[in-house]
Design a protein around this ligand. Structure first.
Ligand SMILES: C[S@@+](CC[C@H](N)C(=O)[O-])C[C@H]1O[C@@H](n2cnc3c(N)ncnc32)[C@H](O)[C@@H]1O
Length: 693
């Protein structure tokens, strides 16, 4: 047998037995340098063991990956890779290695044992993540003004002025008599109970006439007027109280009145003051967020039978009308998108997500050349979509010049490697990802842990930068002003952007790549990717992104067309296997308000919106007006403990949906009646729980 440097090999083995892993690894490295034969794999595995035992996990992983690269069916490589990643607490990645191993040897006892251990590790790690409570959405939601809010507030003040509600109310001041004032106020309260609203107003006015100096009285009077529905007079009364004398209650009441009058930005201003005076004032915080979601989302909803509200779960979508299973609730288009890394080899428009697959991607070229009938069918029915490349790089494909030009102006010019020498590093790791993915594992060790593309984050930053520089150019400024930066960031404020741990430590390489990419841009532009910025966008990209595809790809049109023509019955039989479609991850503003439940009442499907790929949200169950709409973020076939753990790890909350409350750890056993659900029907198992939905 040709041996790899036998001396070093046995030196290595000797040191290994003595647990001197450093020396053993060194000897194995020297043995490998001779790189002569079949033993290379064995030495690599042994060195991997040494690195692992010595705690040098990145080097160990490199050896495991080299084993896999040399022999993709090398099951030990997958076991080693999984074990190392589990040790590094990269559980999802570890799972990827083990799953790939099981594809080669489904009954492999070691992998099956390791997988069980991995599940325990996952659950244990979740239980030990420090503060394991769901974060308070109220505390996490910003009350910062939006860009241009100052202008909007000025416009609102004009309206209030026109309504004459900023002036002192026209009352005749009587002799000061606080007692009489109190009596009048009590009568006003009685009148309110009796529903005599006219009389409430008369009494309230009389009350303040007798004690104009008491701001408490003005506040109580305003509160009664608010309850009686006279909003404008109520506002006038509350405005009488000078700012320095307004307490938390006054500001809150003012905010409520303004919100009901449809003066949202000023209402937010009043609620902000209320919260400043009492940080624990949850009511004002909730009211603030509800005013905000109304003004931000109402314009997006159009005629759809839904509305956005703010609840304990944060932004939430509520049905306004009844819907039966299968009926559409709304459709949505992405504000930003990028093709997911695992589908990068499938041609698609990088701007609008249309599939650009051609017959040669589906049929073998030999067949296309020799099968005359197929050739004819393809010529007749396969819709050939244009494939246009970026002017400057061959990375980006588009379906039209319009898409290419829009993409360039909106974000690509900032990250195209013709303009940005640092972007090559990002493209390179994306390419590496596809190599690893082609081995069946969604791993991107040490760099990225999510299945969504980091390109989505890059597109977010690039689009912010392009928009800010466009605004600067339009206003004749050499560089964007702070207000212009804020304005260009505003569309992304609709997407939740917080998580429970910092990603910069977990994927430092990606953090560095993004910092470099956006630090020194052309024309003196620079965007600082701080830790906070990186973490926020990371969670934004992972917690809100929805995967979607072109719902009408060329293959589908082709098959539908040949099905209608009996002549092509044989060709139909060549199209049995559906091709993998290009998948995109997108941020959809309305869809991103959907919260999760393990008993989801809606489903999200691919759909065409204004001629471009987007999403369609459809009822799965009977939905009544006022019902909250729930999607599902995970595979709901998983048992409860796993579901909850995944949700906490990926989305930062502990699910408290009816299923999680009442289902046992085994997804098919009911905690109430212990009955086992039918195969494939996880829950509910009993009528009691069915009624709890
Ligand atoms: C796509 S957003 C959904 C909209 C979100 N409520 C908001 O205010 O933007 C996902 C986030 O919503 C929250 N969330 C969704 N479903 C939840 C649930 N069932 N319980 C608690 N929080 C939930 C979590 O913070 C999660 O990371």
């Amino acid at each position: 047998m040709a041996v790899v440097d036998a001396d070093n090999m046995s030196l290595g083995n000797h040191a290994f037995c003595k647990k001197d892993y450093g020396s053993a690894a060194e000897s194995y490295s020297q043995a490998l340098e001779s790189d002569s034969s079949t033993c290379v794999m064995e030495v690599l595995q042994k060195r991997c063991h040494c690195y692992f035992e010595a705690g040098d996990y990145p080097s160990a992983l490199q050896d495991a990956n080299t084993c896999i690269e040399r022999d993709p069916d090398n099951i030990i490589g997958y076991i080693l890779g999984g074990t190392i990643l589990a040790k590094m607490k990269q559980f999802e990645n570890a799972m990827g290695y083990y799953k790939r191993g099981l594809e080669i040897d489904p009954k492999n006892a070691k992998i099956n044992d390791n997988l069980k251990q991995l599940q325990d590790d996952i659950l244990y790690s979740y239980g030990n993540m420090g503060d394991n409570s769901t974060q308070s959405t109220l505390q996490m939601s910003s009350q910062e003004p939006y860009p241009d809010d100052d202008k909007l507030q000025k416009e609102e003040m004009e309206i209030l002025r026109e309504w004459n509600v900023l002036e002192f109310p026209s009352i005749t001041v009587c002799s000061s008599d606080p007692k009489l004032a109190e009596q009048e106020l009590s009568r006003a309260k009685e009148m309110l109970k009796a529903g005599n609203l006219e009389e409430v107003i008369t009494r309230v006015v009389t009350a303040v006439q007798h004690d104009t100096a008491s701001f408490d009285l003005w506040r109580e009077a305003a509160s009664l007027l608010h309850k009686a529905g006279n909003l404008k007079l109520a506002l006038q009364f509350i405005n009488v109280i000078p700012e320095d004398f307004r307490n938390n209650e006054v500001w809150r009441l003012g905010g409520k009145i303004l919100a009901e009058l449809g003066i949202p930005v000023t209402a937010e201003h009043w609620f902000r003051h209320a919260i400043k005076r009492n940080r624990k004032d949850d009511e004002s915080q909730m009211l603030f967020q509800n005013v905000r979601v109304k003004r931000l989302y109402d314009p997006l909803i159009g005629g759809a039978p839904v509305q956005v509200q703010f609840t304990q779960l944060g932004r939430t979508l509520i049905a306004k009308e009844e819907r039966k299973p299968g009926q559409i609730l709304f459709q949505d288009s992405p504000v930003v998108l990028s093709q997911t890394l695992d589908s990068m080899t499938i041609p698609a428009c990088g701007h609008c997500a249309k599939c650009l697959m051609r017959p040669e991607h589906y049929f073998e070229s030999e067949l296309l050349l020799t099968d005359i009938e197929l050739k004819e069918a393809v010529k007749r029915y396969w819709p050939i979509r244009d494939q246009i490349y970026c002017y400057h790089c061959d990375r980006m494909k588009y379906c039209s010049e319009k898409c290419r030009d829009e993409s360039w102006e909106k974000y690509h010019k900032v990250i195209c490697n013709s303009n940005n020498r640092y972007s090559e590093a990002l493209y390179k790791v994306c390419d590496e990802y596809s190599t690893v993915a082609s081995m069946g594992s969604k791993v991107w060790s040490g760099v990225w842990n999510a299945s969504y593309s980091p390109m989505l984050m890059a597109h977010i930053w690039a689009s912010i930068i392009c928009e800010a520089s466009r605004l600067a150019e339009a206003s004749g400024n050499p560089k964007p002003t702070q207000a212009q930066w804020a304005l260009s960031q505003a569309p992304y404020r609709r997407f939740i952007a917080y998580g429970s741990f910092s990603q910069t430590k977990i994927i430092p390489k990606m953090f560095k790549i993004m910092q470099d990419m956006f630090h020194n841009l052309s024309e003196g532009l620079s965007y600082a990717i701080t830790e906070r910025e990186f973490d926020g966008r990371y969670f934004q990209a992972t917690c809100n992104a929805q995967a979607f595809s072109d719902s009408n790809p060329p293959f589908k049109s082709f098959v539908n067309a040949i099905r209608k023509n009996r002549k092509y019955k044989r060709i139909e039989s060549l199209c049995i296997v559906e091709p993998r479609e290009a998948t995109f991850a997108g941020l959809f503003p309305l869809h991103a308000c959907l919260n999760h439940s393990c008993v989801n009442n809606i489903e999200v499907l691919d759909g065409m919106v204004d001629g471009k790929p987007g999403v369609t949200v459809r009822a799965l169950m009977n939905i009544k007006p006022g019902d909250e709409l729930f999607t599902t973020y995970i595979d709901t076939q998983m048992p409860k403990r796993e579901r909850r753990a995944w949700l906490f790890r990926a989305y930062n909350f502990w699910c408290s949906c009816p299923r999680c409350k009442f289902e046992g750890d085994d997804a098919r056993t009911c905690t109430h009646c212990s009955k086992t659900a039918e195969e494939k029907k996880c829950f509910p198992a009993c009528d009691y729980h069915a009624g709890m939905r």
